[in-house]
Every structure is written in structure tokens, then in C-alpha cells.
Design a protein around this ligand. Structure first.
Ligand SMILES: [Zn+2]
Length: 152
């Protein structure tokens, strides 16, 4: 470990296109929970490659990555020297806040855990958290134009 979580700004930066893709996936799979990741170069904290994944549970109250798909996606990230900068999933009947199960299963202390709630059909709720050792801290969500992220 070269950088502690404490050194990371309490903020996730997403392009408008990625933000829209996460919300669209959540709406599409409603009332089941949707899940996926946004990969980025290791150590960069830049969420650049959106990957929608399957919820193996196909459940309105729980999500779990399909293990074969997860293996494939994680292997591809390894090959590209990427990490899961963002791990997202949706809540379809409750608020966009990590459940006890989400907290228990959160295994990536460097990841931004994005939660989207589609409970309100008109207006989604979009929030991001760090989950480290069972401790949840909310962070700012900043949405920028794609060109801005590339230039950082
Ligand atoms: Zn959840």
C-alpha cells in the first residue's frame, strides 16, 4: 500500500456520459437491482471505462456479481492495469445508502461505492460512499464533461 484512503479526496468525479449510463442501467433493470463498475488506470482515481454487469441474484433487494463475469471483468482490468474506481448498484425501493449487506461485502477500500435509487420514478437519487472496515462515509459526486476528465 503506497497511498492510504485518507489521502484521497472525498469526491468521485464522473463524466456526464458515465453518470447517464449508470442511471440508464438502473432504470432498465428496475425493479431488480442493477450493478457494475467503472474502471480506470491504477492509481489515477479516474473512472473512465463503464462496464455494466449482471446481477446474478436478479433481485429487488440484493445484488451479487455473477462470479464468472466478475472473474472475466477483473482479469481484463488486470491486463489493462486498471482498478474498479467505481462500484455501483441500484436500490429500487429504498434510499441510495449502503445496506448492512452492502457494507459487509464491500471489499475494495479504494473504490467509490455509488448507489442509485430508482424508488422515485421521476427523479433518481445518486450518491457515493467510501466503505472501509465497515465504516461508511459519504463523498461528493462531481459530474463533468468527458473532455475535462481526459485532460486531467
Ligand atoms: Zn445495496
Amino acid at each position: 500500500m503506497t497511498t492510504g484512503v485518507g489521502s484521497v479526496a472525498a469526491m468521485v468525479v464522473l463524466t456526464q456520459a458515465t453518470y447517464d449510463a449508470i442511471v440508464a442501467h438502473a432504470r432498465r433493470d428496475h425493479p431488480d437491482e442493477a450493478c457494475g463498475i467503472v474502471a480506470g488506470p491504477a492509481g489515477s482515481d479516474r473512472a473512465v471505462r463503464f462496464v455494466a454487469m449482471a446481477n446474478a441474484e436478479r433481485s429487488p433487494t440484493f445484488y451479487r456479481f455473477d462470479s464468472a463475469e466478475q472473474l472475466r471483468v477483473w482479469r481484463e482490468m488486470d491486463n489493462r492495469d486498471e482498478v474498479p474506481v467505481v462500484i455501483y448498484h441500484s436500490h429500487t425501493a429504498t434510499e441510495a445508502y449502503p445496506s448492512r449487506t452492502d457494507i459487509a461485502y464491500a471489499a475494495e477500500p479504494e473504490a467509490h461505492y455509488v448507489l442509485v435509487s430508482t424508488a422515485d420514478p421521476e427523479r433518481e437519487s445518486f450518491r457515493s460512499f467510501r466503505i472501509v472496515d465497515g465504516q461508511v462515509s459519504e463523498e461528493e459526486v462531481r459530474v463533468i464533461a468527458s473532455a475535462e476528465l481526459t485532460a486531467r
